[in-house]
Design a protein around this ligand. Structure first.
Ligand SMILES: Nc1ncnc2c1ncn2[C@@H]1O[C@H](COP(=O)(O)OP(=O)(O)OP(=O)(O)O)[C@@H](O)[C@H]1O
Ligand SMILES: Cc1ncsc1CCO
Ligand SMILES: [Mg+2]
Length: 251
């Protein structure tokens, strides 16, 4: 929650981390977008996630699902399936999580089918592209798979983003923070066909580019200094740097 909230603040947003059952709906009411993160699955938190997601749909607000550890345990996979049924705008996971969710959605399976290593991926994002397309078309959402190359699809179109650095995988909740940034970009996306897909791709590009630019500031790069430099660059990067450095390609 620390790094997610700080990433959002650095990017100019106003985050609130809320999970109380009797509060989440009111918070969705005053928010521009909702992020549901599956990192912590106490029963009342899961219930609050579902309430919040349903409220966002009722109010027509975008909401994003982060599949943390989908496939690692039966409870995690089942909870992710429950949230998928609440019509997310965007689903974001690493390759193993997306593969596990697609397998579970197809077969009702809840075992470790995506090669999940706890909350970390053992698969390449390209290996999850077909699973992502299937999920996106069957559930009418956008699916973003993070990795060396990030893929974003609505089931028909596929966009690839080639920003980022492998050192990000050594910062816990880097992916969670990226998903938070997707929610922020959805909140700011103009209406119209394809805009949410583009907003999602741009969030991935800006996040990855901030890491790349941050690494240039660090004399001896490691996860700790990258974590700090990433926050700094999300705050400092100007539009020109983003336009020059974003590597977004329609496939
Ligand atoms: N091999 C890589 N090269 C460059 N960037 C990468 C690589 N792997 C991941 N990334 C980037 O790291 C960020 C986090 O993605 P990752 O797939 O590691 O998420 P995650 O597994 O959900 O992480 P977490 O669970 O810690 O939140 C993304 O911006 C992604 O583009
Ligand atoms: C390590 C960890 N455990 C639950 S959430 C989280 C952050 C990375 O997904
Ligand atoms: Mg994750």
């Amino acid at each position: 929650m620390d790094i997610m909230a700080n990433v959002l603040l650095a990017a100019g947003c106003s985050p609130a981390m809320a999970h109380a059952l009797d509060e989440v709906e009111a918070f969705v009411g005053i928010s521009s977008a909702l992020l549901v993160n599956m990192g912590t699955l106490s029963a009342d938190w899961v219930a609050a996630k579902k309430l919040a997601a349903r409220k966002a749909v009722e109010l027509g607000k975008p909401w994003v699902l982060d599949l943390v550890g989908c496939g690692a345990t039966p409870v995690r996979t089942a909870s992710c399936l429950d949230l998928l049924a609440c019509a997310p705008t965007v689903v974001r996971g690493n390759a193993s999580e997306v593969i596990a969710l697609a397998a579970a959605a197809c077969r009702g399976a809840s075992g470790n089918s995506g090669g999940v290593r706890g909350v970390d991926s053992t698969a390449a994002s390209s290996d999850a592209l077909e699973a992502a397309k299937l999920l996106a078309s069957q559930h009418r959402c956008i699916v973003a798979v993070s990795g060396a190359v990030d893929y974003i699809t609505d089931g028909t179109e596929v966009v690839a983003v080639r920003n980022g650095d492998v050192l990000l995988t050594l910062i816990t909740a880097a992916g969670c923070s990226l998903t938070a940034l997707i929610a922020a970009f959805l909140a700011a996306a103009p209406p119209g066909p394809g805009q949410q897909l583009l907003a999602t791709a741009h969030a991935l590009a800006v996040f990855g580019l901030a890491a790349e630019e941050g690494l240039k500031l660090v004399p001896r790069p490691g996860p700790g200094s990258l974590r700090v430099a990433l926050l700094d660059m999300l705050h400092l990067m100007e539009k020109d740097a983003v336009l020059a450095g974003a590597r977004i390609e329609r496939l």
